[in-house]
Structures are given as structure tokens and as C-alpha cells.
Design a protein around this ligand. Structure first.
Ligand code: ADP
Length: 551
């Protein structure tokens, strides 16, 4: 813009200069012409007077720079100060001479053959009818200009330099306020009035842009809040595999550091599985992959993003499927264990029944066989009941009603139920303590305390004791079952809560254990937000504590 203003200023300046020179020269030329004619006229009158009084002598003594010609009435040249009159042709046809002869004065202007000169003629009639003519030549304006070419050129150069300097300063001064415009705050700009509509428009556009930016920021924040709160990882890529967006879940699941802006997605994970998934999705193939990262299992769901059938990017969703995998593994193991646990007593029952059917059992042994079949059936029933309990707990027991349950009363009820077993085992069981209320599912709570008492009796010695203590603590309380039994080795103390885990399998089976009792206790406790603590010394006894929260 500065250059344009500079150029235009130069053109205007130069044009004005040239036009002024031309006009000035024209006016000057005209003025000099008129001056010359007037001069000639005065001179002609003077010379005419001189000739009238002195005749030829006057002319011969005259010393004039202008040309003087004396023409007789018939047009014959009588005298000329610059040529021989004898050689001069008749001048009677000259316009100025004819005019003078008819009137008293005449004038004419004639150009030379080369048009380089023009001559002014003024004629004055004498009393005898002859005519005195004065002539003076003047260069034409073109010749004049050409003759002045050098000084004119110097003036032109000086003018050009002056115009350039002035145009430069002018253009800079004009542009300065425009360059200093603060387009962020157009309302504060104090500049040309002509820019006011432009600045108003900028202000409006700024307002619109600000509004849209705010909206965009708000959306981005919403999006970030949504994705940040996702437990899943999320990575958005462009078609070259550069990261456009990601959430912290993705970094957490991949165990990656914060990537550089627009880094390649492979910077997050360089394993073959991840690379394969990325390559596939950028080739337009939706795929699923699996990554094993330090004990955790991460599933990748990779979806390409298309625009007009071209892949323009991809979305990677990362899901932590460790729990799911473990759950499925546990279910598979549980199913296998259940089948095995069910098959063992059933095989025994079937085997014994077959022997009896074939009449291979002596009548006196029938009772023993029947009692074995009964025992195996009882184990089967206990097992099925425990499985039913566990699966109900696995389902969440949402359908079971929670109600205020007095734990002391519940412990006493369990003691009553277990009494035949204690007697059979020669173990004494005592309940002590003070009541406290648990807002819970009473059937589950009863099952939990029963299983603990059942174990305390089962894994006890004849003559041993079982103490059930119920103690309120704040709004919650503790139920503690202590026995003087065989105890649990330290390495087994955590594992006994696993399904079908038994310290001594054959002993547990022998005494009718299913391996599910403590699993049920653990599940039931979780359902009531209670903690389970186990302390045991092999050969001395075991204490299991159910700690119900205070609120
Ligand atoms: P089970 O039906 O076999 O008793 P549990 O899940 O109740 O199954 O217990 C798992 C294992 O923990 C038992 O097989 C037993 O070896 C051990 N156990 C549980 N309670 C006691 C206890 N009070 N004293 C000694 N060992 C116990």
C-alpha cells in the first residue's frame, strides 16, 4: 500500500510538474509574442517618422537589430537593412503591407519553411503611401523547449528527487495510522473517518469470533471433561497416524508419558499388537486388539473415520478388561471345579448303588453302604446349596430385602441350629456379648455366621471350644468366632477365601466341607461393606472377625 501511494504521488507530482511547465511555457511564449509585436509597432512608428523627415539617410544611419524594410507604393523594396533591395522580389502582396496600405498599419506572422522560426511583421504607412516594415523572428515553442532541454532536464531531475522524498514521507505518514491500528480493540482507534465503517465491521467480526471461540472452548471443555472422566482410554488420530486428541485414561492404560504435540501414535506404545492395530485402522479396517501390560489386560477397539470413502483418521478406544478376563477365568475354573466336585460324590453314589443292584453286597453291609450313599448325598446337597448361595451373592442379591438385624440374636439362632453338630463333634459353643443392629440381608448374615461356626466346629478337636462374641462398636459392631481347633498354616490364610480352596482336601471332604464356606462369607461381607479378618495359629486355633462399619 505504501508503494502504491508512493507511485501514485509520484505520477501526480510529475504530471502536475509537466503540465505546469507546458502551460507556463505557452503563456510565456504568447506573452513574448505580444510584447514583440508591440515593440515592433513602436519601432515602426519611430522609424516611419524618421524616414518621413530624413528619407533614406535616416535609414542608412540607423543601427537596429530588427529588420527594417522600406517598400514603395507599388511594392518595390526601396531599402532593407539585412538584404540587397535589388535582389528582393516585389512585396506588394505581403499581408501586412497590404493592410498598411489600406489602413495605416498592418501586421502578420509567418513561419519559416522548417517551422523552426516564426517572424512577426508590423508595417506602418508613410504619408507618401510607401510602407515601413519592421520584422523580428522568434523561435517556435518546440525549438524553444528543445533549446531549454538541459536546464529543463536538471529541473526535472531535481523535481523528481524532491517528489520522491515528499511522496515517500507522505505515503509513510498516510500509512502510519493504518499500521498502528489495534484491530483487537478497534473501538479505541482514533484514525481516519473513512476507516470508521471498516473498524465497526472489524469490531462486529471480533465479537462474533469471540463468541464462537467461547462456544468452541466450552465444547472443548465439555468434551475434555467427558473424556477425562471416562475409565476407557481414547485416542483420535489423523490419516498419517499423528495424535489429534487423547485422554489421560489412554496414557494410564498404555503406561505412556504425555506425548509431544502432533506426535505419532506409536510414541504411546511400540508393541507389535498396537502397531498392527494402528496400521490396519489407517488402512480402513475396523479391528480389535489386545495388549498385556504388566499384569493388566487392555483391549483396543480401532475404528477408521471416513470422508468420501477416504480414511481421514481413526479413533482408538482402550478398555481395561483385566477384571472381565479374571472374572471369566474364575467362572471357567468355577465351572470346572463344580463339575468335578459334583462328579466325585455322584460317582461314589452310582458305584455303590451299582454294587448293591448287582447283589454283590452282603445283607450285613447294606446299612454301611446306605449310610455312605446318604453321606455322599448330604455332601451333594450341601454343595448344591452352597453353589446356589454363591450364585445368588454373585448376582448381587438386589432382590433380597434389607432389614435391621440384631446380630446377637442371630448368633444365638445359629448356635441353636448348629447344636447337633457341636454335640456330634464333642465341642462346646458359647455366644456372648451385646446386641447391635446391622441393616442387612438377614438370611445372608445368618449364612455367614453359620459358616464360621460350622468351620470352627468342623476343624476343632473333640473337647474343644468355640466362642462367638458379638460386640457393638459405634453404630456398627464386630462378630468374632474363635475356636481352639487345628488352625490354618500362614501360607494358606489368604487363600482359604478362594472358591474350593481347602488346606487339607481329603480331611475337608471327610468332614463334609464344600470349599465354598469362606467364599460365601467373603461375598456376604462385601455385600454389607463389612471387613473379614482372619488370625490363626496352627495347632492352637483360629479367630475370624466380621467387622461391620460404624455407619
Ligand atoms: P470347607 O467347606 O472346606 O470348610 P471353607 O471355605 O469354609 O470350606 O474353608 C476353606 C478351608 O479353610 C477349609 O477346607 C479348611 O481347610 C480351612 N478352614 C476354614 N475354617 C477353619 C478353621 N476354623 N480352622 C481351621 N481351618 C479352617
Amino acid at each position: 500500500m505504501t508503494a502504491k501511494i508512493f507511485r501514485n504521488s509520484m505520477v501526480v507530482g510529475l504530471s502536475v510538474f509537466l503540465l505546469s511547465v507546458a502551460l507556463f511555457m505557452g503563456v510565456l511564449y504568447q506573452y513574448f509574442g505580444t510584447q514583440l509585436t508591440q515593440e515592433l509597432q513602436s519601432e515602426a512608428v519611430l522609424v516611419a517618422r524618421g524616414v518621413e523627415s530624413m528619407g533614406m539617410d535616416y535609414l542608412e544611419n540607423l543601427n537596429l537589430s530588427n529588420r527594417v524594410t522600406w517598400v514603395d507604393t507599388d511594392g518595390t523594396v526601396l531599402y532593407d537593412n539585412q538584404a540587397d533591395p535589388a535582389t528582393m522580389e516585389n512585396h506588394g502582396d505581403r499581408v501586412e503591407i497590404q493592410e498598411a496600405m489600406w489602413g495605416s498599419q498592418g501586421s502578420a506572422v509567418r513561419y519559416s519553411e522548417t517551422l523552426s522560426e516564426k517572424t512577426f511583421y508590423v508595417a506602418c504607412r508613410l504619408s507618401d503611401g510607401s510602407v515601413i516594415r519592421m520584422a523580428s523572428a522568434q523561435y517556435t515553442i518546440v525549438v524553444l523547449l528543445l533549446s531549454m532541454a538541459q536546464p529543463l532536464l536538471i529541473i526535472l531531475v531535481v523535481t523528481l528527487i524532491l517528489a520522491a522524498v515528499l511522496a515517500n514521507r507522505l505515503s509513510k505518514r498516510m500509512i502510519k495510522p493504518i499500521l498502528e491500528l489495534d484491530l483487537e480493540h478497534p473501538e479505541e482507534c482514533n484514525t481516519y473517518d473513512e476507516l470508521a465503517p471498516f473498524l465497526t465491521r472489524i469490531r462486529r467480526q471480533n465479537d462474533t469470533i469471540k463468541g464462537q471461540m467461547n462456544l468452541l472452548r466450552q465444547r472443548q471443555e465439555e468434551f475434555a471433561a467427558l473424556t477425562e472422566n471416562m475409565s476407557e482410554g481414547f485416542v483420535l488420530l489423523d490419516q498419517r497416524g499423528h495424535i489429534l486428541s487423547y485422554n489421560s485414561g489412554a496414557l494410564r492404560l498404555l503406561g505412556a508419558a504425555i506425548p509431544a504435540p502432533e506426535a505419532n501414535v506409536l510414541a504411546l506404545d511400540r508393541t507389535d499388537a498396537f502397531r498392527h492395530s494402528v496400521e490396519q485402522v489407517l488402512a480402513g479396517c475396523r479391528n480389535q486388539g489386545r495388549l498385556d501390560r504388566s499384569g493388566r489386560c487392555v483391549q483396543i477397539l480401532a475404528d477408521p473415520v471416513f470422508r468420501d470413502k477416504d480414511v481421514v483418521g481413526a479413533v482408538l478406544v482402550l478398555v481395561d478388561i483385566t477384571e472381565r478376563e479374571q472374572g471369566e477365568k474364575m467362572r471357567r475354573e468355577f465351572t470346572a471345579n463344580v463339575s468335578h466336585e459334583l462328579k466325585t460324590p455322584l460317582t461314589a453314589i452310582s458305584g455303590m448303588a451299582e454294587i448293591m443292584k448287582n447283589g454283590m453286597v452282603k445283607p450285613e453291609d447294606v446299612t454301611g453302604f446306605a449310610s455312605d450313599i446318604y453321606k455322599e448325598s448330604q455332601r451333594l446337597i450341601a454343595l448344591v446349596e452352597d453353589i446356589i448361595h454363591l450364585s445368588r451373592l454373585d448376582e448381587g442379591e438386589d432382590d433380597l430385602k434389607r432389614e435391621p438385624t440384631d446380630m446377637l440374636e442371630l448368633a444365638k439362632k445359629v448356635a441353636g441350629r448348629i447344636d447337633p453338630l457341636t454335640k456330634q463333634a464333642g465341642v462346646s459353643l458359647a455366644v456372648a456379648g451385646a446386641p447391635f443392629i446391622v441393616q442387612g440381608i438377614s438370611s445372608v448374615l445368618e449364612e455367614m455366621v453359620y459358616n464360621l461356626c460350622d468351620n470352627a466346629v468342623k476343624y476343632n478337636h473333640a473337647g474343644g471350644t468355640v466362642a462367638v462374641s458379638v460386640s457393638p462398636k459405634g453404630k456398627g459392631g464386630v462378630v468374632e468366632v474363635t475356636d481352639t481347633g487345628i488352625g490354618i498354616p500362614i501360607q494358606d490364610q489368604q487363600r482359604v477365601f478362594e472358591r474350593f480352596y481347602r488346606v487339607d482336601k481329603s480331611h475337608s471332604k471327610e468332614i463334609g466341607g464344600t470349599g465354598l464356606g469362606l467364599s460365601i462369607v467373603k461375598h456376604g461381607a462385601a455385600l454389607h461393606d463389612a471387613q473379614v479378618e482372619l488370625e490363626s495359629t496352627p495347632g492352637q486355633g483360629t479367630t475370624v472377625r466380621l467387622i461391620f462399619p460404624e455407619e
